[in-house]
Design a protein around this ligand. Sequence first.
Ligand SMILES: C[S@@+](CC[C@H](N)C(=O)[O-])C[C@H]1O[C@@H](n2cnc3c(N)ncnc32)[C@H](O)[C@@H]1O
Length: 281
Amino acid sequence: MDLINKKIQLLIDTLKVSSDYDFSGYSIKSFTRRVAKVLETYNIDLDTLTRRVQYDVVFVENVVKEITVNTTELFRNPQSWQAIKYRILPKFENQKTINIWHAGCSTGQEVYSMLILLNELKMLDKARIFASDINEDVIKTAKKGIYVYRFNMTYLDNFDKVIRQNPYNFEHYKNVPYSDYLIIDKEKDTISAKDFLKNRVTYIKQNLVKREQIFKTQFDIIFCRNVLIYFKQELQTQMYRYFYQNLKNNGFLILGYHESILGQQAQRFNRKGLYYTKKLV
Ligand SMILES: C[S@@+](CC[C@H](N)C(=O)[O-])C[C@H]1O[C@@H](n2cnc3c(N)ncnc32)[C@H](O)[C@@H]1O
C-alpha cells in the first residue's frame, strides 16, 4: 500500500471510530478523488483532515456532504422512465396503494420525475412516497424543488421524451404543458416544481450503509440509481440483500442506467431490461 492509500485508510478508520460514518465499503478510487476535493476546498492536507474529523462534528458533516456525489437530473436517462411508464406503473392500475422509496434521492429531481409521471397516469393520489439521502443539504434542496434553469435545459428535452412522446407510437404525442408541473422563470433563472407535487413526499436523512429497518412497510418500487456505483462489490451485495428485504414479492428495483446486480444476490432478482423484480419466495 503506498503512502496516500495508507493515509486514506487511516482517514476511513478514524471517521469510523470517531463519527457515525463508515466509508470502508466505498470504492477507494472515487473516495480518494472526493477527499482531494475536500482538501482543496478547505486548503488543508490529509493529516490535518484526519486530525480534525476526530473532534469537529460540524466539520465531519460538511466533509460527508463533499464526499458524496450529488449529480442528478429530471427524467435522467429517459429510456428508464419510459420503462417505468409503460412496463412498471400499469401493473399497479388496480392496486389501492403504491409504496415507493427513492434511496439516495439527492436534490429531488428523480422524485419529481416520478411524481409527474404518477400524476400523468392518474396514480398520484394512491402513491406513498419516501425519499432518503445521507446528505441533509440535498434533502433541503429537494424539499424546495427549485433548480437553476440555465444549467438544466436538458430537463425539458427529457420531459418531452417521457411525458409528451410515445416511443412505441409517434402519433400518440400528448402536448402536456410544462406549466402543469414546472414554473420556469427565465429572469430569476429558475425551474421549480409546483407546490401540489412537493407535499406528497416524506424525506428522511438516512445512511444506507447502516441498513436499518426504518420503514414499517415494504415497497412496490425502490429506486436506488447511481448510488451503489460508489460502493465496493461486497457492500453492493449487502445493499441488494437489504433492498430485497424491503421489497414486496414481485416488487421492482430500479438501478442506474448502467448498473446491474452482480454477485450472489443476482439470483434473488429477475432482470427485465432496465429494471429488476424481486423473485417470489
Ligand atoms: C449521484 S446521486 C444519484 C441521485 C439520483 N438517484 C439519480 O440517479 O439521479 C447519489 C446520491 O446518493 C447519496 N448517497 C451516497 N452515499 C449514501 C449513503 N451511504 N446513504 C444514503 N445516501 C447516499 C448521495 O448523497 C447522492 O445524493
